[in-house]
Every structure is written in C-alpha cells, then in structure tokens.
Design a protein around this ligand. Structure first.
Ligand code: SF4
Length: 203
C-alpha cells in the first residue's frame, strides 16, 4: 500500500477511536467528536485549543467564525485546508467554550500524539496560548512575545506560535502592529517554511 494511503488509513483509525472515547468528562456534553482534517502527510499542521459550538455540531475543526477566518488566513498565502492538517488539543467541545482543564488535555493528548506520529510534520503551528502552553509545557507563555517565533519541540519538529483566530475576531484592526497585521507576517513565514519543506529543504 502506498505510504499516503497507509497514513490516511491510520488517521481514520485514530478518528474512529476518538469517536468512541469516553476517557474524560467532555464526552458527556459533546454532540460530535472533532478529530481533525486535512492531509495525512502535511509538513505543517495547525493545532488549536478545542472545538466550539459549530465544530461540535458538524464534527469538523475550525468551521465557525474563527474557522472561516483561519481559512481566509491560509487562502491569503495560497494554502488550502487540504494541504495542511487542522486539529485541536482536545477533540470534544468544553462546555461554554471554557479552556480544557489540564486533566482533559493530558487525557486527550494520546490522540494528538498519535496523529502527529502518523503525519510526521516538521512544523506544528499552535493557534493561541493554550495550544502553545501544551507543547512547551509552560503555562506562563505570553502570546504577544511568543507569536512569530519558532520553538524546538522534539527532534526535527518545531513549534511556530500564532494568535488564535478567535482572538483576531475580537481585535479586527489591521493597523501596523495590530494582532491581524502580525498574523499576516506570521502566515507568510509559515508559507515560506511550507515551501522549503515541500522541496525537501530544512527550515
Ligand atoms: S476530549 Fe478527548 S479524551 Fe476527552 S472524551 Fe473527547 S476524545 Fe476522549
């Protein structure tokens, strides 16, 4: 079986396990699990905090207002959602969109780690402070300082920090120095890294 087909099958297997998961209290209030979607061999993946109401209703990641903005951000540099992989730290919606607890994040991490092991990305773009804190194991991260920076994570895998699109919805200004203008700079960096990785170059 071709490598991509094998990876896709493995990702589908992880999604099936997520669908049946009752390992943390978030299963009690979910309508649907939201495993993730995109390319099973993406060199760059995007990881947010957790599903919101639209994602819970549809079973797809980043499809509400914030998701639509993420799609536009990707579009702005000619990247489609199919060329990357998009997922979250927890795969079930926390009630009232609260931040998932440390225990929920730790319990659900096995699925994200399994997805990363199959996809084998070189860059993990974290969207927002919760996702960045999860990977860096540092609850004191300041997004205003961390965004646009690359961090070492595991051998040959780096973390690139970006603002969460829901944060950008609260600060719509495009003035120089605004979160949106910084995000514009950041996604161009992501595009450059993506191109290098697709060509087999190091970042
Ligand atoms: S959030 Fe993760 S660990 Fe908790 S029930 Fe959903 S899939 Fe299972």
């Amino acid at each position: 079986m071709a490598d991509y087909a094998r990876r896709k099958e493995l990702i589908q297997g992880i999604s099936r396990k997520i669908k049946e998961c009752i390992d943390c209290p978030l299963h009690l209030t979910r309508s649907n699990t939201v495993p993730g979607e995109g390319s099973a061999e993406a060199p760059v993946i995007f990881v947010g905090e957790g599903p919101g109401a639209d994602e819970d209703a549809s079973g797809r990641p980043f499809v509400g207002k914030a998701g639509s903005l993420l799609t536009k951000i990707l579009d702005s540099v000619g990247l489609s959602r199919d060329e990357v992989y998009i997922t979250n730290i927890v795969k079930c919606r926390p009630p009232k969109n609260r931040v998932p607890t440390d225990n929920e994040q730790k319990t659900c991490a096995k699925y994200l780690m399994a997805q990363i092991a199959v996809i084998n990305p070189t860059v993990i773009v974290t969207l927002g402070a919760t996702a960045l804190s999860f990977f860096l194991r540092d609850n004191g991260v300041k997004m205003t300082e961390a965004r646009g920076q690359l961090f070492d994570w595991k051998a040959n895998v780096k973390i690139f920090a970006m603002f969460h699109p829901s944060y950008l919805l609260r600060y719509p200004s495009r003035e120089p120095g605004s979160p949106k203008s910084k995000t514009w700079e950041d996604i161009q960096k992501v595009r450059k890294m993506y191109d290098r990785l697709i060509q087999g170059e190091k970042i």
